[in-house]
Design a protein around this ligand. Structure first.
Ligand code: NAD
Ligand code: DAU
Length: 352
C-alpha cells in the first residue's frame, strides 16, 4: 500500500488526479492537504469522502508544523505538489501571494519531505519521490515555429510563471545538492470538469449561458496547447511510478488552438444544445493581458519515448465531454460563482 501526499487536491487538476488514482488502484491511499482558498472545493471530492483510502487535511503548504506533523504521523511514499496560486491575471494584480505559496510553500514541502525521508547523509528511504507539478509557462512564449522541450531555457514572463519557475529551480537544487529524488512535470493548458470559472473555458461557458459578454483579450489569436485533464493525471501517475529521478518531463498533446477558436467552439455547442439565441455577436475584444504570452506548444516526445505516455482524448471528444459536464453540473457552477466570484469578476473586467 503506497501512500500519496497530494497537495492542492481540492482544486481543478488535484481533484481530478485523486478521483483518477482512487478509481484506478486498490492498493494506494491518499492524504489530500489543501488550504481551501477560493479555488479549493471539497464538493469535487464528494464521491470519495467516505473512502477509507482517502483523507482530507486542511492546511497551508507553507505551515512547517502542520506539514511536518503529517509526515510524522503517516508513512508517506510520494508527494505530488499541485498546491499553487494558479491564475495569471490574479498574479498580475497581486504577485506576493504567488511567491508565498508557489515558492516558499514548495521549499517547505521539500524540506519536510527531506527530513522525513532521510536515512543518512543524502540517502533516503527506498522508493520515495517528490513530484512537482509545473507548467509550460515557465518556458515563456513561442513565435510561429518550434516547441518547448525540456532543454528550452526558462524565460517566465508573468509573476505566476516566475513563481513556478522559481519553485522548479528549488526542486532542481534539492536534487543537485542533496540527491533528493524528484521529478518535475511541465504540462500545457488543461481543460475538463471542476475548473474554476476564472479560466477561459468555464468562464466563457458560464457567460454564454447567462447571455453575458464574452471577454476576449486583445485580438484573440494567442495560442494555447489544450490537454484533457485526465491525460495529465495519467502522465503524472506514470512519472511517479517510472520517471527517472531528477528528470523533467513535458506533457502536451500537440493540440494548439487560438483563443478565438475556443470561444467560438463553446458558443456553437451552446447554440446547438441549449439556446439558439447565443452567437458570436456576444464576443467582446477587451484590453489585452499585460505581458500576454503569444503561443505555447509542448514537444512531448521525451515522455512518449521514455514512459509510453500518449494523449488518449482527442480535443473534439474532450471538449464535448467537458461542456456537457458543465451543463449537467449547473449547481456546481452556481455554487462556485456565488459570493466573492461576482466581486472578482467586476474588479477584473470592469476596466477592460
Ligand atoms: P487550482 O487553482 O484549481 O487549484 C489550486 C489548489 O491549491 C486549490 O485547491 C487551493 O485551495 C490549493 N492551495 C492554494 N494555496 C495553497 C496553500 N498555500 N496550501 C495548500 N493548498 C493551497 O489550480 P489547478 O489549475 O488545479 O493547478 C494545479 C497545479 O497544476 C498548479 O501547480 C498549476 O501551476 C499546475 N498547472 C496547471 C495547469 C492548468 O492548465 N490549470 C497546467 C499546467 C500546470
Ligand atoms: O499553460 C498552462 C497554464 O494554463 C497553467 O500553468 C495556468 O495555471 C492556467 O491558468 C493556464 O494559464 P492561461 O493563462 O493560459 O489560462 P487562462 O484560462 O487564464 O487563459 C487562457 C487564454 O485565454 C489566455 O491566452 C488568456 C485568454 N483569456 C483568458 C480569460 C480568463 C481571454 O482571452 N479572456 C479571458 O476572460
Amino acid at each position: 500500500m503506497k501512500t500519496y501526499l497530494v497537495t492542492g487536491g481540492a482544486g481543478f487538476i488535484g481533484s481530478n488526479f485523486i478521483l483518477y488514482m482512487l478509481g484506478k488502484y486498490d492498493d494506494i491511499s491518499i492524504i489530500n492537504v489543501d488550504k481551501l482558498t477560493y479555488a479549493g472545493n471539497l464538493e469535487n471530492l464528494k464521491s470519495v469522502e467516505q473512502n477509507p483510502r482517502y483523507r482530507f487535511v486542511q492546511a497551508d503548504i507553507c505551515d512547517k508544523d502542520a506539514i511536518s506533523a503529517i509526515f510524522a504521523e503517516n508513512e508517506i511514499d510520494y508527494v505530488v505538489n499541485f498546491a499553487a496560486e494558479s491564475h495569471v491575471d490574479r498574479s498580475i494584480r497581486d504577485p506576493e501571494i504567488f511567491v508565498k505559496t508557489n515558492v516558499l510553500g514548495t521549499v517547505n514541502l521539500l524540506n519536510c519531505a527531506k527530513v522525513a525521508w532521510e536515512t543518512g547523509d543524502d540517502c533516503y528511504r527506498d522508493g520515495v519521490k517528490y513530484l512537482q507539478v509545473s507548467t509550460d509557462e515557465v518556458y515563456g512564449s513561442l513565435g510561429k515555429e518550434g516547441y518547448f522541450m525540456e532543454t528550452t531555457p526558462l524565460d517566465p514572463h508573468s509573476p505566476y510563471s516566475a513563481s513556478k519557475a522559481s519553485a522548479d529551480l528549488f526542486v532542481k537544487a534539492y536534487a543537485d545538492t542533496y540527491r533528493f529524488p524528484v521529478n518535475i512535470t511541465r504540462c500545457s493548458n488543461n481543460y475538463g470538469p471542476y475548473q474554476f470559472p476564472e479560466k477561459l473555458i468555464p468562464l466563457i461557458m458560464n457567460n454564454t449561458l447567462q447571455h453575458k459578454e464574452l471577454p476576449v483579450y486583445g485580438d484573440g489569436m494567442q495560442i494555447r496547447d489544450w490537454l484533457y485533464v485526465e491525460d495529465h493525471c495519467k502522465a503524472i501517475d506514470m512519472v511517479i511510478r517510472d520517471g527517472v529521478a531528477g528528470e523533467v518531463y513535458n506533457v502536451g498533446g500537440h493540440n494548439e488552438r487560438t483563443n478565438l477558436f475556443i470561444v467560438k467552439t463553446i458558443i456553437a455547442y451552446i447554440k446547438e444544445h441549449v439556446d439558439s439565441e447565443v452567437g458570436e455577436h456576444m464576443i467582446r475584444h477587451v484590453t489585452d493581458r499585460k505581458g500576454h504570452d503569444r503561443r505555447y506548444g509542448i514537444d512531448p516526445q521525451k515522455i512518449k519515448d521514455a514512459l509510453g505516455w500518449y494523449p488518449e482524448t482527442p480535443f473534439e471528444i474532450g471538449i464535448q465531454k467537458t461542456l456537457k459536464w458543465y451543463l449537467d453540473n449547473a449547481d456546481w457552477i452556481k455554487n462556485v460563482t456565488s459570493g466573492d466570484y461576482q466581486k472578482y469578476y467586476e474588479k477584473m473586467y470592469s476596466g477592460k
